[in-house]
Write a protein that binds this ligand. Structure first.
Ligand code: SF4
Length: 57
């Protein structure tokens, strides 16, 4: 994953969040509970799948 042409910082930030106890994108079990209540109607499951492919590798 590149953000503004930078590959290192997004992955470093992500690993930092995991170090703080946040779950990995790949931890999502696609239960769908969040999508029904998201006020922005985000496709959270698909977004997390995409993030997992790019960041959990
Ligand atoms: S679908 Fe939403 S609530 Fe369910 S595990 Fe994934 S992120 Fe969590």
């Amino acid at each position: 994953m590149k953000l503004y042409g930078d590959e290192f910082r997004p992955k470093s930030f992500y690993r930092g969040l995991i170090g703080w106890g946040y779950g990995r994108a790949s931890d999502c079990i696609a239960c769908g509970q969040c999508e029904g209540v998201c006020p922005q109607h985000l496709p959270i499951i698909d977004l997390l799948k995409d993030a997992a492919e790019k960041l959990d590798t």
